[in-house]
Design a protein around this ligand. Structure first.
Ligand code: PEP
Ligand code: MN
Length: 338
């Protein structure tokens, strides 16, 4: 950490701050300039209350040298984290984890049909929302616990893993029971109590980036889960809100290499929610794979026109099959398989 004093602040003020830092076990190294003093601080800065230092007399600004997150950082864990879900090694550099299924679980028939088609194509993780975080209260809210059971049965029938979203801590036991991966949706990325609770389980967590969260905030949200004891976290870039109106969200694919540089956690891309438009999903999937994504999440519905949510962006199984065929050369180029 670097503390910059105000110009011409009395030396006694810098001395006072240095005493305070020493009392906390840190080593301050002062640099006395003509106009101002700068204090370099050696030691663990994450536990310090920066606001308190900034408020001390004579302080102009305080700058962090290290990131606030620790457990999610690449420095603390140089090897990539690999999360085994029913034999699928998510985060393995040779694996592209493909997660597909409808936006929402709507019926047994729908889930059995889509699970059958997807499993034939080599997809090993089935998605489907049982609890839907809808913008308006009159939109379809999901089938709840019945939806969880339908999803689990369909996945079991075709030997697939399950990913589904949690929106309420009270459903956590059911989620742990019925799903292999718990999804935290974009709207709950900073629901810190929810993050702590899923951190108390061992079930893998799929954390989606918040609509207006910075990458640092995204990684700090993941830190909540790891610091509560659950190391099985994967991140998902699903687009952010910008002024651009041509896509549902704006998909910043630089998130993939940035997360790879800063963290050891797997990073997945969701081009369905990121673009909201069918015709953009395949090109963005190709770009995400080329950028180094560990997996892709795509919405697929047996009959998208009849879907109760996100009808405009869901693929039919045959459209999805075409995407799988078309991404093969990119997967080969980056040496990944499903
Ligand atoms: C979803 O994946 O079903 C979903 C609601 O996505 P997001 O949280 O990214 O909007
Ligand atoms: Mn959706």
């Amino acid at each position: 950490m670097i503390i910059v004093m105000k110009s011409h602040a009395p030396q006694a003020q810098a001395a006072h701050i240095m005493e305070e830092l020493k009392s906390k076990g840190l080593e301050p190294v002062p640099l006395y300039g003509v106009e101002r003093t700068v204090i370099a601080v050696i030691g663990e800065e994450r536990d310090l209350n920066i606001g308190h230092l900034e408020a001390m007399p004579g302080v102009d600004k305080v700058m962090r040298v290290v990131q606030q997150y620790k457990l999610v950082s690449r420095e603390s864990h140089p090897e990539p984290t690999i999360i085994d879900v029913k034999g699928l090694r998510i985060g393995d550099p040779k694996v592209l984890a493909m997660m597909a299924g409808p936006c929402a679980v709507e019926s047994e028939e729908q889930m059995q049909s889509v699970a059958k088609d997807l499993s034939k194509m080599g997809v090993r993780i089935l998605r489907g929302g049982a609890y839907k975080p809808r913008t308006g209260p009159y939109s379809f809210q999901g089938l709840g616990k019945d939806g969880l059971k339908i999803l689990r049965e369909a996945a079991d029938e075709y030997k697939m893993g399950v990913i589904t979203e949690i929106v309420d801590i009270r459903d956590l036991d059911d989620l742990v029971k019925y799903t292999d991966i718990i999804q935290i949706g974009a709207r709950n990325m900073q629901n810190f109590e929810l993050l702590k609770e899923v951190g108390n389980t061992k079930t893998p967590v799929f954390l989606k980036r918040g609509l207006s969260a910075s990458i640092d905030e995204f990684l700090l949200a993941a830190e909540y889960i790891l610091s509560n004891g659950n190391p099985n976290v994967m991140l998902c870039e699903r687009g952010i809100r910008t002024f651009e109106k041509d896509t549902r969200n704006t998909l910043p694919l630089a998130t993939v290499p940035i997360v790879k540089l800063r963290s050891h956690l797997p990073i997945i891309v969701d081009p369905s929610h990121a673009t909201g438009k069918k015709e953009l999903i395949e090109p963005m999937t190709k770009a995400a794979i080329a950028a180094g994504a560990d997996g892709i999440m795509i919405e697929v519905h047996p009959n998208p026109e009849e879907a109760k949510s996100d009808a405009q962006q869901q693929f039919t199984p045959s459209e999805f099959k075409e995407l799988l065929d078309n991404i093969k050369p990119i997967m080969e180029a980056v040496n990944k398989h499903l």
